[in-house]
Design a protein around this ligand. Structure first.
Ligand SMILES: CC(C)=CCC/C(C)=C/CC/C(C)=C/COP(=O)(O)OP(=O)(O)O
Length: 285
């Protein structure tokens, strides 16, 4: 079975759109893919259709990351809080009858779980061919068993791929990630493997789930965090990791996010002056 022999894709030529400078591109981009339901509602469709189109937008963005030489993309696919969405939502099916759709009851959470599984299965061959390593972060114990297995198998199959790290945050909460990192360090202290005074930021970051995407050439901290749909908040995504991320908010709803919007975000990023709290040497006081 060819998928099990994971190989890294040969270095691909990076063709950047005019105006982007390769030396100051973000290495790690984080995505809050918001606005799927509003996109669907504006078209008289159920939220599930918005998520379906959102999945296509995610794959478009993954391909652009590879084409432009971005090393890591972390996408918020399902938050821990999203479990509180109604498991089954009933929609007025009458509006669908004229479009020859069968009346149905959509279970949004179940649909999203199935969509995540389909996303992985449908794109695994491309991940292998194009050197994409898949990682899942979040509380995977709450995922349906079949999603857990699909995710685990895909992580295993793609683990040696090295062109792009695609990190899907599923059943993820930034606060929970911090809490679980604290627990791990506390256990080490309890077992006398560590003294509290030895704990520093780097040790802490190593215990966060995002450390899976960090290596010598890329950081688990996104350089650029993009949120679509006009909402101006982090919504419990990458709280520790976004301390010095450049934030880019756009009114575009996620399913409409494409090359033009990504280019806009990257151009804005390249115009930012990243100081990380320090003052530039010769900056005027
Ligand atoms: C990982 C993966 C395969 C994802 C593909 C589908 C996708 C983009 C899912 C994001 C899920 C989500 C809750 C989005 C927010 O839209 P919303 O329903 O909150 O929209 P609203 O803000 O308009 O209500």
């Amino acid at each position: 079975m060819p998928l099990s022999n994971s190989t890294s894709a040969p270095a691909a030529e990076v063709l950047l759109p005019e105006g982007l400078r390769s030396e100051s591109l973000p290495r790690h981009v984080a995505l809050v893919m918001d606005g799927n339901s509003r996109w669907a509602a504006a078209r008289g469709l159920p939220p599930t259709d918005g998520h379906e189109h959102g999945m296509r937008a995610l794959m478009r963005t993954v391909r652009l990351c590879r084409a432009w030489g971005i090393r890591v993309v972390t996408a918020f696919g399902f938050s821990l809080e999203n479990w509180n969405r109604p498991k089954a939502r009933t929609y007025n099916t009458l509006s669908f009858l004229d479009r020859a759709r069968p009346p149905c009851i959509h279970a949004e959470v179940d649909f999203l779980m199935a969509l995540i599984e389909r996303f992985i299965n449908d794109n695994l061959a491309e991940f292998m061919r194009e050197g994409t390593r898949l990682r899942i972060i979040g509380d995977r114990s709450r995922l349906p068993i079949s999603v857990q297995k699909t995710a685990r198998d895909a992580e295993e199959a793609t683990r040696n791929n090295s062109r792009l790290d695609l990190v899907l945050a599923i059943s993820y909460s930034g606060r929970m990630d911090i809490v679980q990192a604290c627990r791990k360090l506390a256990q080490k202290v309890d077992a006398k493997l560590l003294r509290p005074e030895d704990i520093d930021e780097s040790m802490f970051a190593d215990e966060l789930q995002t450390s899976c995407a960090a290596d010598e050439s890329s950081s688990s901290c996104p350089d650029l965090l993009i949120r679509t749909s006009g909402e101006l908040r982090l919504s419990n995504f990458l709280l520790w990791q976004s301390a010095y991320s450049e934030l880019f908010f756009t009114d575009t709803l996620w399913p409409d996010f494409g090359e033009a919007q990504y280019l806009q975000a990257l151009t804005a990023f390249q115009s930012r002056d990243r100081r990380f709290g320090a003052r530039k040497h010769n900056a005027a006081l």
